[in-house]
Design a protein around this ligand. Structure first.
Ligand SMILES: [Zn+2]
Length: 468
């Protein structure tokens, strides 16, 4: 149907283009082209939304979005599609939704005090429909797959992406194909993919092997790749920045801190904040920092070698990053040695004056327990934020009186075994340092062990008293 495709290209040109981020390339492609890397140079793609075309003033946009929050229409209830003026889709949008977004921004007094801050807010993306931050991006990627007529949507995953793709593909009525490293995914996450009806392939290899296979499979025209390299994922995920700023009454926090795995989060939030600035919705960028786990911190290593000031603005980014061959961390969601979105993520951090640092397994575990004491449950990877903020306050990068938002990426029930082992004092980390002697115990510094108590009122009251 040539007429239809001509129309599609025309509207795509209005909403934006896919552009290569390589400084010496910059090639652009229509939104309707099924590509994931630049066909000319192999560089990473991003979507350049033609924001000026919306020709709305900031006050008008704020009013429109606020009004939609009170609407009952599915496209307005979604915390992604509510912001459709800044998304690269033409209306009517064949949107696929589970009413993602709309996640809480909590004040966290105990975690703030733990970090040495006057106050700290937690943006809990684990409160999305499948329990992780992946849902906002997946809503957009699966919508694009549907628009392109794909039969199977695939991803490689440490678990959260798989669960999210499985759910959104099920909603859209298309097949989800999931490639997982065998034996390295928490049972809870694997269970989700099974329940949502995905075709799960357990691969004999690590996450990076799965990524390589996904890139090979993506050459098949019936297959759509929904990994974080997919630029439409970033578009859905950037709405978190819009929602966060709306919740902050459009007052930019001094710092936003995210965990660093594949760097999709840093990329998406960075893009969102830059767009908000372009649209006049905020007056300045927050400083965006990324925290990795010590055993899976290729970007923190690279960052430590750079002089950050040198890279402020548009200075060229380093061309290569040494991957971590055998990434190790109990925070499985960020157990990634060769993050695919590292260039985009690094660029966002550099432009905003943020930092990239690593934290230890013990620091992650204790920070996680502290977040729990605020009544907020998250998975281990999420807790890198609070552990990292504590370090950034100690080093003076974050001032005690500055306003900070930490982005929590996954729900506590994503990894209940970890939580239980921490509190019972049986958590251990395989550092891989020496064969046979590499199990490092992690102390439950804030352990909360259940007590065995006699079946009498007085014994129970005594137990309460001991632990008050
Ligand atoms: Zn290129």
């Amino acid at each position: 149907m040539p007429q239809k495709s001509a129309k599609t290209v025309e509207t795509a040109a209005e909403k934006g283009v896919q552009r290569c981020i390589a400084a010496d390339c910059g090639a652009s492609y229509p939104l309707t082209e099924r590509i994931y890397l630049c066909p000319r140079c192999g560089g990473t793609l991003e979507i350049d939304c033609h924001l000026a075309a919306s020709s709305r003033n900031p006050a008008e946009l704020r009013k429109t979005w606020a009004a939609r929050a009170g609407s009952r229409e599915a496209i307005d209830v979604s915390g992604v599609w509510r912001y459709r003026e800044v998304l690269p889709f033409d209306e009517p949008i064949p949107f696929v939704t589970l009413f993602e977004g709309n996640t809480p921004l909590y004040q966290a007094a105990r975690s703030a005090s733990y970090c040495g801050l006057d106050n700290l807010r937690l943006k809990h993306q684990g409160c999305n429909p499948t329990g992780s931050f992946k849902d906002t991006g997946m809503s957009a990627a699966v919508t694009q797959a549907v628009a392109l007529g794909s039969q199977t949507i695939i991803c490689a995953s440490t678990g959260n992406t798989a669960a999210s793709l499985a759910a959104y593909a099920a909603r859209a009525g298309v097949q989800a194909g999931i490639l997982l490293p065998h034996g390295q995914i928490t049972p809870a996450k694997l269970a989700q993919s099974m329940d949502y009806g995905a075709a799960v392939c357990e691969i004999d290899g690590n996450f990076d092997d799965c990524m390589r296979l996904v890139q090979e499979l993506g050459a098949d025209p019936s297959i759509y790749v929904a990994n974080s390299i997919n630029p439409f994922r970033i578009e859905g995920q950037k709405t978190v920045a819009y929602e966060m700023m709306e919740q902050c009454n459009w007052e930019t926090p001094d710092h936003v801190v995210v965990p660093g795995g594949n760097l999709g989060n840093a990329t998406a939030l960075g893009k969102g904040f830059e767009e908000l600035l372009t649209l006049g919705l905020i007056k300045r960028l927050p400083s965006l920092s990324v925290i990795q786990a010590e055993g899976a911190a290729p970007l923190a290593h690279l960052f430590a070698q750079l002089i950050p000031a040198q890279f402020a603005g548009e200075a060229p980014l380093p061309r290569t990053m040494a991957p971590v061959e055998n990434p190790r961390t109990l925070a499985t969601a960020i157990k990634i040695g060769a993050p695919v979105s590292w260039k985009k993520g690094l660029r966002s951090v550099m432009r905003s004056g943020g930092r990239i640092i690593a934290v230890s397994e013990q620091e992650i575990a204790d920070a996680k327990a502290m977040i729990g004491r605020d009544g907020v449950g998250c998975e281990p990877a999420s807790a890198t934020t609070v552990a990292g903020i504590k370090k950034l306050v100690a080093s003076g990068h974050i001032g005690p009186e500055e306003s900070v938002v930490a982005v929590l990426t996954g729900h506590v029930l994503k990894d209940p075994d970890y939580v239980s082992h921490y509190h019972r004092g049986t958590l251990a980390f395989d550092s891989g340092a020496k064969a046979g002697a590499s199990q490092q115990p992690i102390a439950g510094a804030f352990a909360n062990v259940p007590e065995r108590v006699a079946a009498t009122k007085s014994a129970i009251l005594a137990s309460f008293e001991r632990r008050r």
